[in-house]
Design a protein around this ligand. Structure first.
Ligand code: NAG
Ligand code: NAG
Ligand code: NAG
Ligand code: NAG
Length: 377
């Protein structure tokens, strides 16, 4: 199917160069600004305004460049500032945390303008914004500690975070990347291949307890072995597919392996599959022990009668990849597909490579086993 479409080739390296964190400003932890003979306006009580800032420099630092966390967990993004040489009197500083979502369209040069505020703090006052409202705080475990604690990490919290310290005269900042440990899986409609426009794809992933994958997540999965010969939407509105073994039917034999891109497609008019991303789950997925095989309706009821729910595709992938679920029995899932997870390939268990293998979307009257999901309380 792909060979007809002549995909536009974009090598991974080129794409990586377009990522926002290769922006030169990000790599700079301090701009080298030196305060010279400037009064900060503080009076020391004896009527004499001291000049504190002769050659004093503000440093903002983080030991982290990249942080990996699991969905639902609490994560701390480290950020610390100090002056050199040390100050004898504390200065009034303002701290701002910004976020650039991982799904931002990074082909635009205005990347910095697209950052949104996470939190602003000054003295004891602070304010959080957007989807971070009520979920973030500054750690303040020591003087100068401006680390950001995010509670209940969500799938779409990934991206680049920037900690900025302003002391009235100059600002310094440091950035880090937040990633979620998870898995990317290709997903297509029960109506067949290439039936999702961008918004359908977004919804389809959400229905399976996932989000559209970012390029970085797909690239990481490609490095981990994902080879998929159908193009799918990514979160930034591009359409791509990961190929490890070049072959004629997948865009050509002479084309180098890599994540291949059709670039940005029309979000409403163009239809493809989806690449979804899901992170670790808070419960367990299991193959239901049941005396007989079940049709789809019976499968849904059988899980419910155990106090569980029929598992979603994202949950099965997370259990396979992150918890090592291995079961050679095909079972219904909530989208009416039938799949089974294999971590240790063996004879009579389908393809000789690990993966979640799929029987497609059989008629709901057909009989299989079922995978259930039990939420942890
Ligand atoms: C995250 O922090 C909140 C509030 O501090 C706490 O109630 C919750 O138990 C923490 N969650 C985890 C997974 O540690
Ligand atoms: C991303 O930005 C580029 C350049 O500004 C633009 O051409 C493209 O249409 C944008 N794509 C999406 C999906 O918004
Ligand atoms: C992120 O995900 C949460 C939970 O699924 C949702 O409520 C929120 O609207 C999403 N935010 C964005 C920016 O997509
Ligand atoms: C599944 O079997 C039950 C009888 O056990 C039947 O009532 C139901 O209609 C069947 N569902 C489907 C989708 O075939």
């Amino acid at each position: 199917m792909l060979s007809l479409q002549r995909p536009l080739l974009v090598t991974c390296l080129h794409l990586l160069l377009l990522l926002p964190w290769s922006h030169s400003r990000i790599l700079r932890h301090t701009n080298g600004f030196h305060y010279q003979d400037l009064s900060n306006g503080n009076s020391n009580g004896n009527g004499k305004d001291e000049i504190y800032f002769n050659g004093i420099r503000l440093h903002v630092e983080s030991p982290q460049h990249s942080v990996s966390a699991t969905k639902g967990s609490n994560v701390t993004l480290l950020c610390h500032y100090h002056y050199e040489p040390e100050l004898t009197t504390p200065r009034r500083t303002r701290v701002r945390w910004f976020w650039l979502p991982a799904y931002t369209n990074t082909t635009s040069p205005e990347t910095f303008a697209r950052e949104s505020k996470v939190m602003v703090a000054m003295g004891g006052r602070h304010r959080s914004y957007g989807s971070f409202k009520g979920r973030v705080r500054l750690r303040r475990s020591a003087p100068g500690d401006m680390s950001l604690v995010i509670n209940e990490l969500q799938l779409n919290d990934t991206g680049r975070y920037r900690c900025e310290v302003i002391d009235g005269l100059e600002d310094e900042s440091v950035t880090m990347k937040l990633e979620l440990t998870g898995v990317v899986f290709p997903y297509y409609s029960h109506e067949g291949r290439y039936h999702f426009n961008f918004f359908d794809a977004q919804q389809a992933c959400q229905d399976q307890d996932a989000t559209l994958a970012t390029f970085e997540q797909l690239f990481a999965e490609w490095e981990d072995g994902l080879d998929w010969c159908n193009a799918g939407w990514l979160a930034d509105g591009t359409v791509q597919y990961p190929i490890r073994d070049s072959r004629v039917v997948c865009g050509g034999k002479d084309v180098a392996p890599g994540v291949r891109s059709y670039g940005h497609r029309h979000k409403i008019l163009h239809q493809y599959d989806a690449f979804c991303f899901t992170a670790s789950i808070k419960g367990t997925v299991y193959y239901l022990k049941h005396p007989t095989k079940l049709n789809f309706t019976e499968a849904v009821q059988a899980c419910a009668s155990k106090g569980s729910q029929i598992a979603k595709v994202g949950q099965l992938y997370a259990a396979w990849k992150l918890m090592g679920l291995d079961c050679c029995k095909a079972g219904w899932l909530s989208d009416r597909s039938v799949r089974y997870p294999i971590t240790t390939p063996r004879a009579n268990c389908g393809p000789l490579e690990p993966g979640v293998h799929c029987f497609g979307f059989p008629a709901p009257s057909m009989k299989f086993g079922v995978y259930c999901y039990e939420q942890m309380i």
